[in-house]
Design a protein around this ligand. Structure first.
Ligand SMILES: Nc1ncnc2c1ncn2[C@@H]1O[C@H](COP(=O)(O)OP(=O)(O)O)[C@@H](O)[C@H]1O
Ligand SMILES: [Mg+2]
Length: 217
């Protein structure tokens, strides 16, 4: 499903070059659940944002099935991402002025899906938030915000779900609930999951673990 081929990414911090990823190659097959582990600063989020097409590498290529996403224009990329990839971040990234329902409906509206309202309602019910439909993010707890973010990320039934430390901002118990919700959605929707985590026990729930050290797999 995803082929990362000899990808390198360097950030420029003033005069200093930071080699975030060096010659990374890996392949992720449809239906896999893959954990990416590694210490802070090892390049996990950089790899995720490249696979999501949120940033581009300076060398190498990334294919999503037959599509070389490193060759798409900004506009093509955002359309491609909206239709194929769901993303869940540590910091939720919900739209602050929109309600839970409106946040979940947004990707479906952007991609012209039919009946976003009933799908959003169904999804929020599945993640246990049927009593929070009209709350805005500041009226929700961290765990509730992340469940809205998961419902939003899966609303267009993406083939791939990318989750970057989705429980990283939550207490242990809430984090467990959020991870259960993610695995339920992935299993129920036949999605492929790539999950960044610090937590080896959580990584063990995935079918495969990839470790990154100093920008190398
Ligand atoms: N936008 C950026 N500008 C400069 N350096 C960055 C930027 N993003 C990440 N880095 C650096 O790249 C390296 C990898 O970062 P990151 O992928 O966020 O690691 P991780 O997610 O594993 O903690 C780190 O040394 C980090 O400081
Ligand atoms: Mg990170």
């Amino acid at each position: 499903m995803i082929t990362v081929n000899h990808v390198s990414k360097t950030y420029l911090q003033g005069e200093t070059q930071i080699h975030a990823l060096s010659d990374v190659s890996l392949q992720i097959d449809p239906g896999e659940t893959v954990a990416i582990i590694g210490t802070s600063g090892s390049g996990k989020s950089t790899l995720m944002s490249l696979m999501a097409g949120l940033d581009s590498p300076e060398s190498g290529s990334i294919h999503f099935n037959e599509t070389n996403i490193t060759q798409l224009s900004e506009k093509e990329l955002s359309q491609f991402r909206a239709e194929n990839i769901g993303i869940v971040f540590q910091q939720f990234h919900l739209m602050p002025h929109l309600t839970a329902m409106e946040n979940v409906m947004l990707p479906m509206e952007l991609t012209g899906k039919s009946d976003p309202e009933s799908t959003a309602k169904k999804l929020l019910d599945q993640v246990g938030l049927s009593h929070r439909l009209h709350h805005r993010p500041h009226e929700l707890s961290g765990g509730e915000c992340q469940r809205v973010a998961i419902a939003r990320a899966t609303s267009v039934k993406p083939k791939l779900l990318l989750a970057d430390e989705p429980s990283g901002n939550l207490d242990f118990e809430t984090g467990k609930i959020v991870m259960d919700v993610i695995f339920d959605q992935v299993n129920g929707g036949d999605m492929t999951l790539v999950l960044v985590t610090h937590d080896r026990e959580l990584a063990n729930r995935c079918s495969r673990t990839i470790e990154i050290k100093g920008g190398r797999v």
